[in-house]
Design a protein around this ligand. Structure first.
Ligand SMILES: N[C@@H](CCC(=O)N[C@@H](CS)C(=O)NCC(=O)O)C(=O)O
Length: 233
């Protein structure tokens, strides 16, 4: 059976990592059986979570994991036409490569109270002696990543302006549909749910969350997908 390595569950949501949540949601939407193993990124093949193990092979990065799940188990996108496939890819890039950085900023850099909540969720299980050291070293590393990506060079207000544009695009694309591309869940839903629940339904406060909470179709969507696929939470 597939083993999914991800951060320990917290905050009453599937995972505090949008990418881990994306993979677990894909597995559930596709009806693929799996076991969860709690992990930190130190042990991951590419130094980031999630990763999976299947048939004694480890595979990192949600994009390659989903390609593998599609070819080996179940392809949630098989009925999409070429235009829908292209929209799906573009929206996933918006989520994974743009909106994600605003989410990261809210947790690791924006306010001290958010950082304390994030720190407890990620590092709280480590032995007290190394907890603070590991958290501070990792925080510096993530701040450097945010700076390297470019997001960290902007003022908070500018970062949230950019993030709000993504929220607008997501809300408009979803409209009043059940899922982003119609009546059936696809990879884009696994990704969108993973990111949106990590803005709307976690205890990290920011203007990005406040703005997303003004989009009723996104709130309904996140709560509906959670209800449908995570009744055990
Ligand atoms: N491109 C990767 C991104 C995964 C990712 O950024 N994971 C974060 C957690 S949300 C991580 O493990 N970060 C640890 C680090 O960068 O040191 C994917 O799609 O899986």
């Amino acid at each position: 059976m597939i083993k999914l390595y991800q951060f320990e569950r917290t905050w009453g949501i599937p995972n505090l990592s949008p990418f881990c949540c994306k993979i677990e949601t894909y597995l559930r939407m596709a009806g693929i059986e799996y076991d969860i193993k709690s992990a930190l990124p130190f042990s991951a093949p590419k130094g980031k979570l999630p990763f999976i193990e299947d048939n004694n092979e480890a595979l990192g990065d949600s994009r390659f994991i989903i390609a593998y799940l599609k070819s080996t188990y179940q392809d949630l996108d098989k009925t999409l036409n070429d235009t829908e496939q292209a929209i799906s890819l573009a929206m996933q890039r918006l989520l994974d490569e743009h909106l994600f950085w605003a989410i990261l900023y809210t947790r690791w850099q924006y306010t001290d109270s958010n950082w304390q909540i994030n720190k407890k969720a990620i590092f709280g299980g480590l032995p007290p002696i190394i907890r603070d050291i590991a958290a501070n070293v990792w925080r510096q590393k993530i701040k450097q990543q945010i700076h390297g990506h470019g997001t960290g060079r902007h003022q908070a207000e500018e970062i949230f302006t950019l993030g709000k544009q993504d929220i607008d695009a997501l809300s408009t694309t979803l409209g009043n549909k059940q899922y982003f591309l119609g009546n059936q869940p696809t990879t884009l839903d696994a990704s969108a749910f993973g990111h949106l629940i990590n803005i709307l339904r976690c205890p990290i406060e920011s203007p990005l969350k406040e703005y997303a909470l003004s989009k009723h179709n996104l709130i309904d969507y996140v709560d509906r997908v959670k209800e449908e696929y995570y009744q055990d939470l």
